[in-house]
Design a protein around this ligand. Structure first.
Ligand SMILES: CC(=O)SCCNC(=O)CCNC(=O)[C@H](O)C(C)(C)COP(=O)(O)OP(=O)(O)OC[C@H]1O[C@@H](n2cnc3c(N)ncnc32)[C@H](O)[C@@H]1OP(=O)(O)O
Ligand SMILES: O=C([O-])CC(=O)C(=O)O
Length: 375
């Protein structure tokens, strides 16, 4: 895989614009947000600090961070009309569809009238997306109408509190914080590019984010964390995992949570989330899922030189925190909103409508045949 040349398919290897937000794989495996290494951010930062960095262009000082956290906390409430819509969505709906509908509905209720409002609209979405998914989940699954205005300072703690009805442990809040930082931004990935294309038409923020959610939903992108969990959850031992993976490779199946469009040798987010998955595995006394995951990682590298991307060990980490699998990708949304919105700001600040060309492969000239004469 390391030697695979970039080809034009999927626009691979082609620059589609510039950004000051993020570098991906610039030194082979690195990831930086506005010049800060992901390892340092994951170790030292709060997710809200990273959100501030991405959305406002610099790290906040203590006063600015305190103010920002208070602002986000004050924006967690759901309008009644949005609650009504969420209550109509069936229990078996895909939560990413709920996120998409919730964002779209909010765009009807709190429309971005002009771009001067963009920072406030982004902050509102950052604050309210966890409320949207947890309100729907708890209503449709448990029949309760939760209060989405919890007192948790962190987005991650707030999410877990709404989901479980009690504050998260320190370990779980810490892992959520790290996870949200890891997922926050990733240059011109498919969902961010969707948001930028939409922004380039001078559309509103809710439309950009709604489109981006649709792109993130697919299993080749954000949906891979759920797909990885679905793959590994029934395997009872590393030996079983190895034989199942070998069979899948034989059949040329895609192994979810492996490979990357840009990184060639490793995804720097993997070592970080893997470390936390191990801690959670020890915390719950797991003897199966983590060893299974590690064996899959070993076999994929040995057989195909394919490495885990950010999604693979997120599956076990979220599972150890008892988060339902179908909520994995919505958590990604709650984080990536920061990257999407920051890219929308950037696109708007220096805009030209994104409209590439295509290589035509159809017939040169078609003859019109009246409808009665057609086969
Ligand atoms: C947060 C994120 O969105 S990270 C990505 C999450 N997505 C996944 O985990 C889904 C599984 N992975 C994949 O489908 C791919 O690796 C993608 C979509 C991430 C990248 O796709 P591409 O850029 O086309 O991959 P790339 O060009 O490196 O593929 C090289 C070869 O490895 C194969 N390959 C790549 N990933 C995988 C995989 N996960 N399982 C099996 N084979 C794979 C490709 O089929 C290709 O084979 P070929 O040369 O015979 O056609
Ligand atoms: O960059 C990509 O293509 C996918 C990815 O890892 C991300 O969006 O986090």
């Amino acid at each position: 895989m390391a030697d695979k040349p970039a080809t034009g398919a999927g626009l691979r290897g082609q620059s589609a614009g510039s950004t000051a937000l993020c570098t991906v794989g610039k030194t082979g495996s690195g990831l930086t947000y506005r010049g800060f290494d992901i390892k340092e951010l994951a170790e030292k930062a709060k997710f809200e600090e990273v959100a501030y960095l991405l959305l406002k262009g610099k790290l906040p000082n203590q006063g600015e961070l305190d103010h920002y956290i208070s602002k986000l906390k004050s924006l967690r409430g759901l309008p009644d009309a949005l609650k009504t819509v969420l209550e109509q969505i069936p229990k078996d709906a895909h939560p990413m569809d709920v996120m998409r509908t919730g964002t779209s509905m909010l765009g009807n209720l709190e429309t971005e009238e002009n771009f001067d409002q963009q920072q406030d609209v982004a902050d509102r979405l950052l604050a309210v997306l966890p409320s949207i998914i947890c309100y729907w989940y708890r209503f449709s699954h448990d029949g309760v109408r939760i209060d989405t205005e919890t007192d948790d300072d962190s987005v991650g703690g707030h999410f877990l509190n709404m989901l479980r009805g009690e504050p998260a442990s320190e370990l779980h809040a810490r892992v959520m914080n790290v996870s949200l930082i890891l997922y926050a931004e990733h240059e011109f990935n498919a969902s961010t590019f969707t948001a930028r294309v939409c922004a380039s038409t001078l559309s509103d923020m809710h439309s950009c984010v709604t489109g981006a959610i649709g792109s993130l939903r697919g299993p080749l992108h954000g949906g891979a964390n759920e797909a990885a969990m679905a793959m590994i959850e029934d395997w009872q031992s590393p030996e079983e995992a190895e034989s199942k993976i070998m069979g899948m490779l034989e059949r040329k199946d895609k192994i979810m949570g492996f490979g990357h469009a840009i990184y060639r040798e490793s995804d720097p987010r993997n070592a970080i989330i893997k470390h936390w998955s191990k801690k959670l595995s020890d915390d719950v006394g797991d003897k199966v899922l983590y060893p299974v995951s590690e064996r899959v990682e070993e076999v994929m590298w040995r057989e195909k030189k394919l490495f885990c991307n950010a999604d693979f060990f997120h599956a076990s980490a979220y599972h150890f925190m008892d988060i339902p699998t179908k909520l994995f990708t919505p958590i990604f949304v709650c984080s990536r909103l920061t990257g999407w919105a920051a890219h929308v700001f950037e696109q708007r600040a220096n805009n030209r409508i994104i409209r590439p060309s295509a290589d035509y492969t159809g017939p040169e000239k078609s003859e019109w045949v009246p409808i009665e004469a057609r086969d």
